[in-house]
Design a protein around this ligand. Structure first.
Ligand code: GLU
Length: 300
């Protein structure tokens, strides 16, 4: 892609179901951060896993964003159409001897506390068997998150060699996200804190592939009464297309954009476009709570 602006942000939903309040918060935060900087806001469908994607979900996401006034710039990118780019990136790493096959089970890795012990590194399994992992160094990757502050992770000790192509042949999120953020010239990523600990892996892949690293801001994710992230898998209530203003106001509140005040009563009856313009004009990313999670208020 050839667009080079000072600020290019994005929203990258996985079309595994309709958007819910948690997705609205993520979309809104990335949108307002981009618009308040006169930046572009791109849309990418992360549709890499057909078994988890109801056929109408991607189209439904587009019409929901539209109903909420969240209009994106340029064409929508579909990861399902970008498989050759992921294969090329993987081949580059393979040529450098950084990729190996692994037939370890998920249960084995769970026993290790989620940190892979790299046991297949030296086994030289044929490339057709199992998942493909990338070798990570015993090195700290650090960055300053705009919301959550300084972060660091030793990839070998806290993560281990990680999967770039799954056993079922599907490309992993970590590879696709890095290839596409570079392809779309993304400069700023605003997303949920559930992805905070993925960021060092992504910084590492960017370094290996010679891509620039964007700025990162991880906002709190909305959780239900049991502390689970609202998700399509947990059947979170879909957004109500008839009430965009009320839900946008609740999302702005969640993002700390009405500090100590009740929103201007005029906003309660505003159209989504007016509310978004107000939100962009008043956007203060430092007012977003520096928390990993926030429970859903029952009236959101
Ligand atoms: N597709 C991911 C999700 O829906 C978001 C990926 C990202 O923002 O990097 O949770």
């Amino acid at each position: 892609m050839s667009n080079k602006a000072d600020y290019i942000g994005r929203f990258a939903p996985s079309p595994s179901g309709p958007l819910h309040f948690g997705s609205l918060v993520a979309a809104l935060a990335s949108y307002l951060d981009a618009r308040s900087a006169q930046g572009l806001w791109l849309l990418r469908m992360e549709d890499l896993d057909p078994a988890r994607e109801p056929p109408a979900a991607a189209a439904q996401i587009l019409s929901t964003l539209d109903a909420f006034g969240l209009h994106w710039d340029g064409p929508v990118i579909y990861q399902s159409q970008r498989l050759s780019a992921y294969a090329d990136a993987l081949a580059t790493l393979q040529e450098r001897g950084l990729i190996y096959s692994c037939d370890c089970s998920r249960a084995h890795i769970q026993v290790m506390g989620g940190v892979y012990d790299n046991r297949c590194r030296l086994r030289r399994l044929p490339p057709t068997s199992g998942a493909l992992r990338v070798v990570v160094p015993d090195e700290i990757f650090d960055f300053v998150d705009t919301i959550q502050g300084p972060q660091q992770q030793n990839l070998q000790r806290e993560c281990g060699d990680f999967v770039l192509r799954r056993k079922d042949g599907l490309f992993a999120y970590q590879l696709a996200v890095v290839v596409d953020d570079a392809f779309q010239n993304i400069t700023h990523i605003v997303r949920g804190s559930d992805l905070l600990d993925s960021t060092p892996r992504q910084l590492y892949l960017q370094k290996l592939l010679g891509f620039p690293s964007p700025n990162y801001a991880h906002m709190p994710v909305v959780v239900n009464d049991s502390g689970q992230k609202l998700s399509k898998q947990h059947f979170a209530t879909p957004l109500d297309l008839q009430q965009p203003t009320a839900q946008l106001l609740a999302a702005l509140q969640f993002l700390g954009q009405f500090p100590g005040l009740h929103p201007d009563p005029h906003l309660a009856t505003a159209l989504p476009a007016e509310l978004l313009a107000w939100g962009a004009a008043h956007w203060d990313i430092q007012a977003v709570p520096k928390l990993a999670t926030i429970p859903l208020q029952s009236d959101s």
